[in-house]
Design a protein around this ligand. Structure first.
Ligand SMILES: [Zn+2]
Ligand SMILES: [Zn+2]
Length: 104
């Protein structure tokens, strides 16, 4: 059985901005404006987590295969997840915020 992976827009839990889905085939899971995310997935895109907590960005790291990744921690259950930075033309991640994260 395959579960359909959703790739829809959403509004940010933190700053309330409307976020468009990615069109380059990858999956958007955090806000490009404040880099916050929401704990909705167990596996990326599956939307099966019951937590729904706010995930705040706590750092930036570089993976030689996947490129830059934002490290998120859930403010509700404490789970840490790593998400690829969105390098797209529509609503790319805020570079200034990414730089701030890198210096943490
Ligand atoms: Zn936001
Ligand atoms: Zn959580």
């Amino acid at each position: 059985m395959t579960r359909a992976i959703q790739n829809t827009g959403f509004s940010c839990m933190k700053c309330g901005k409307e976020i468009l889905p990615l069109t380059n085939g990858s999956y958007r899971n955090h806000c490009p404006h404040c880099l916050s995310s929401r704990h909705v997935d167990n596996k990326p895109g599956d939307r099966s987590s019951q937590c729904k907590g706010l995930m705040k960005p706590i750092g930036l790291r570089f993976n030689s295969k996947k490129g830059y990744q934002v490290v998120h921690q859930c403010t509700r259950c404490g789970e840490i997840k790593v998400n690829k930075v969105a390098d797209c033309t529509v609503q790319p991640d805020d570079t200034n915020k990414l730089i701030l994260l890198q210096s943490l």
